[in-house]
Every structure is written in C-alpha cells, then in structure tokens.
Write a protein that binds this ligand. Structure first.
Ligand code: NDP
Length: 278
C-alpha cells in the first residue's frame, strides 16, 4: 500500500517539500505519496487536521510556519533537539505514538560541513536572531564543536535569555547573548542570519567588521537571491556567501531517512532548487 505523508502549514502553497520528497521518493524507489495540508490557525485547528490525517492512514508529516509549537505540544515523544528547540518540524505516527523531531539545525550543520566542506569544530560562530530557527540550531552547532556561539538579536533580552537557557546543554561551548549593537570588535568565522529580515528584503543592522577574512556568511532564507545580509557580506570583500537551500533539502533528507530508513541523495535536489545569488 502507498504510504502517505504531508507538509502542514498556513500558508502552504509556496512549500518546496512536496517537490523535494517527490524527487527523493523517485530516486530511492519508495512507494509513497506526499501532499500539502493547509492547517487552520483557529484554536485546535492543527490538532484537528493532524487527527484527520492520521485517521486516514497518514504515516508522517513535516510541519512549517506557524505550527511548529503546536506540533511540539501534539507529539507524545520528543527528540532532544525538538525538546530544546521547543518546536517540532517532523512527525512520525507509529501505533498510536506520535514521535516529534526537529531536523532544522541538523540540516543546517550537515549543509555547512558536508556540502560546503567547512568543519564547524573550533570556529567562532555568530547567530543573528533568537527565534525558532536559532533555537533549533544551537544544539547541533554545539555538538559539531563550535568554539564559541554568540546569539545577537534586535530584542537583546531574548538573545540573553536564550543563551542562558541553552548554557546547561552547550557541551562546554561558550554561549553568549547580546543585542545586534553590542558586537563591538568581535570577529567570527561563520555568521548565520537566522532572522526573518530577509523575507522582507530587510537586514539585521550589523557592522561588516564581524566577518573574519574568509568567513562564511549564511542566510537561512532561501530562493531570494542575494539578500541585503549576503550583499553586506559580499561587499565586505572577504566572505563566502550562501543561502539556506541546502539546509532546507538536508532537513528534508533527515525526515525522509527517519520515515523510510533510506538515505536520499541531496546534491541533485539542491542544484535543482538553487536560485543564483545575484
Ligand atoms: P521567528 O519568527 O521565530 O524569529 C524571527 C527573528 O528575526 C527574531 O529574532 C526577530 O527579532 C528577527 N527579526 C525579524 N525582523 C528583523 C529585522 N528587520 N531586523 C532584525 N531582526 C529581525 O523566525 P524563524 O526563527 O522561524 O525563522 C528565521 C528565518 O530562518 C526565516 O527567514 C526562515 O525563512 C528561515 N528558515 C529557514 C529554514 C531552511 O530550511 N532554510 C528553516 C527554518 C527557518 P525580534 O526578536 O527582535 O523580533
């Protein structure tokens, strides 16, 4: 029987997940169907939609904006990454159990280390933003052995609170939180833009001096070309600039392997979805 999966979000039409999982399934010869599900944002809307999908025999789901915290509450068992992120982006339904995972941070780290060939171990890492994507990235970045992680956010208290919450899980990595205006003379080997500023063609206000020579400037947003953040890094003249398409495909590959027990090849799918950074 064909196994059924879906991505739930609101809005959902823009989602690349059906295309990505369709390509994975074809290449890995998997008998599965993957669709989109528009969730209702009214109270209880997420749970009703997921209950109905499970009742129809659904095997698993991806979860996107704005339902990642609803999925966290819905899951009956959570992975450590999901627990720390306070958010779930993939669900698996098994004999009445609902397993919740958050693969966003793992996808990010795999993209940097495997696709871009840059080991994170020993690097000074700056993460701009203190929302869900940053929460999901912290544990995988610490696991990968970052030297230091600085979280800088427009609302500085959020960055400080997140750094404090995360410190007991940081595996010896120094973690600090501050405002965007408090980076002083600090310099970083990897700068992630995990704010949603690029979605509105805006930019977190930072100095180009944060980029060390040869630094990686990585905008988590994808499909937007050269965002203002990436332009700042490029104009600084010494950074490699990359967007989040690889992260998107790698987190999907993690979910696919979790559901199907088969590791899909990501390179061709990333190439297909890449929008030139111009
Ligand atoms: P959230 O809404 O949880 O957090 C948004 C963050 O952006 C907050 O820290 C907010 O600061 C900050 N922010 C928003 N606008 C500005 C601005 N103009 N200047 C400075 N800071 C700003 O979003 P997420 O964490 O879920 O997502 C962040 C980004 O990551 C999005 O672009 C999203 O598309 C991308 N993403 C990419 C994925 C991928 O697979 N490639 C996966 C997940 C996310 P404040 O607290 O002050 O409001």
């Amino acid at each position: 029987m064909t196994d059924r999966y879906a991505v739930i979000g609101n809005p959902i039409d823009h989602s690349k997940s059906p295309l990505i999982h369709g390509l994975f399934a074809k290449a890995a010869d998997q008998d599965m169907q993957y669709s989109t599900l528009l969730g209702e944002t009214s109270p209880g809307g997420f749970a009703r939609a997921v209950d109905a999908f499970r009742a129809e025999g659904g095997s698993g789901m991806n979860v996107t904006v704005p339902f990642k915290t609803d999925a966290f509450a819905y899951a009956t068992e959570l992975s450590p990454d999901a627990q720390l992120a306070g958010a779930v982006n993939a669900l698996k339904f098994e004999d009445g159990r609902v397993l919740g995972q958050n693969f966003d941070g793992i996808g990010l780290v795999r993209d940097v280390q495997l696709n871009l060939g840059l080991p994170i171990a020993g690097r000074r890492v700056l993460v701009l933003g203190a929302g869900g994507a940053t929460r999901g990235a912290l544990l995988p970045l610490a696991r990968a052995g970052a030297n230091t992680i600085v979280i800088a956010n427009r609302t500085s208290e959020k960055a400080r609170a997140l750094a404090q919450d995360f410190t007991p899980h940081a595996k010896g990595v120094t973690v600090q939180g501050c405002g965007l205006d408090a980076l002083d003379d600090q310099v970083f080997d990897i700068v992630f833009n995990a704010t949603s500023a690029s979605l509105g063609a805006e930019m977190p206000v930072i100095s180009p001096s944060v980029f060390a020579p040869g630094a990686l400037a990585y905008d988590l947003v994808y499909g937007k070309g050269l965002t203002p953040f990436l332009r700042l890094a490029r104009d600084a003249g010494r950074s490699r600039v990359v967007d989040g398409v690889g992260m998107l495909v790698e987190q999907a590959a993690e979910a696919f392997e979790w559901w199907r027990g088969v590791r899909p090849d990501t390179r061709e799918v990333i190439t297909r979805l890449t929008v030139p950074l111009v």
